[in-house]
Design a protein around this ligand. Sequence first.
Ligand SMILES: Cc1cc2nc3c(=O)[nH]c(=O)nc-3n(C[C@H](O)[C@H](O)[C@H](O)COP(=O)(O)OP(=O)(O)OC[C@H]3O[C@@H](n4cnc5c(N)ncnc54)[C@H](O)[C@@H]3O)c2cc1C
Length: 311
Amino acid sequence: MASLFARRPILTSATAASALAAAYYVSQPRRPLMMDTAQNPKTKTLAFPKNMLFSKQLKVTNVEQVNHDTKRITFALPGGNGEVSGVTPGAAILTQHTPPGAWFPVFRPYTPIHDLDQPGVLELLVKKYPNGRASGHMHSLNPGDELTVRGPLPGQWAVPKDERNILCIAGGAGITPIYSLAKGILANPADKTKVELLWGVNGTRDIVLKKELEELEQQHPDRLRVVYAVSGAEALPDAPSLGDEEKYRKGYVDKTLLSEAIVRCQKNGAWGDDKGQRVFLCGPPKMEDAVAGKDGILAELGVLKKEVHRF
Ligand SMILES: Cc1cc2nc3c(=O)[nH]c(=O)nc-3n(C[C@H](O)[C@H](O)[C@H](O)COP(=O)(O)OP(=O)(O)OC[C@H]3O[C@@H](n4cnc5c(N)ncnc54)[C@H](O)[C@@H]3O)c2cc1C
């Protein structure tokens, strides 16, 4: 009996800690994906989402190593083919696990990459970071294992009434929210948005969704253009050409690349959210700061902070 009474408060406080931590994460200032400036009035984010309070267990059904550090992990939804994930384009879910010996759970956002209307499935592409707490745990999962998730996180792309050009900038594993957003936009025939995508990688081996992006470009040649900025050894002056030099640029996502992309997004030589353009950015903190920090390249190029959505 004593042990029962001793356990209850522990269970209760662990559950409360999880809910509080999830609540804390969600309550951090996060901007919705919607175009909420000039042309469109500010849209409401969800109030405290009840789907954050209750976790779900997803069973791993398949694990595929897609390159040197990234795995594609497929999960079955608890309701099977009778339900879809409910994740919207560009939105993430929150994973949760408690490392051995730790008091508090670790929460991390991951952006599903499966077809969002596909029933019964949720698919994540996870890059492993050295000593990464969540990514290390995710990479240890095998078919049959379960993962605790919460969400999806609030934030939804609102289909614009008019034609828009958006500039999407990804760095490394930051491609997943950008890919999900672009795929969702392109899949909707009512959406006329054009997507200019710049993706910075440390090497061609890091280009993980290449086939999927090529297919999207083939299906929507007038609405999607992808340019890869490849840094590292392959970008050295004496390194061989990477092939199509318009598509595979050497070096970082720099001022030259960004100004070219902005020119392509402009309408009648003008840029601005009130004219239909906006930037979506997801990458490592150093890259995000270089691109969209206070004195970053986008600011130099005249892009306003409110025109940049950071995931
Ligand atoms: C909205 C959103 C969606 C995301 N979706 C995905 C996704 O689909 N797939 C995916 O793999 N990741 C995604 N991430 C990143 C993910 O949430 C974790 O931050 C990442 O997996 C590292 O967590 P960790 O616990 O393994 O590393 P930690 O234990 O937090 O850190 C371990 C080490 O890795 C370094 N590190 C951590 N994160 C980064 C980073 N982003 N860039 C460079 N170094 C880093 C740390 O500095 C530290 O040295 C997303 C992030 C956001 C904000």
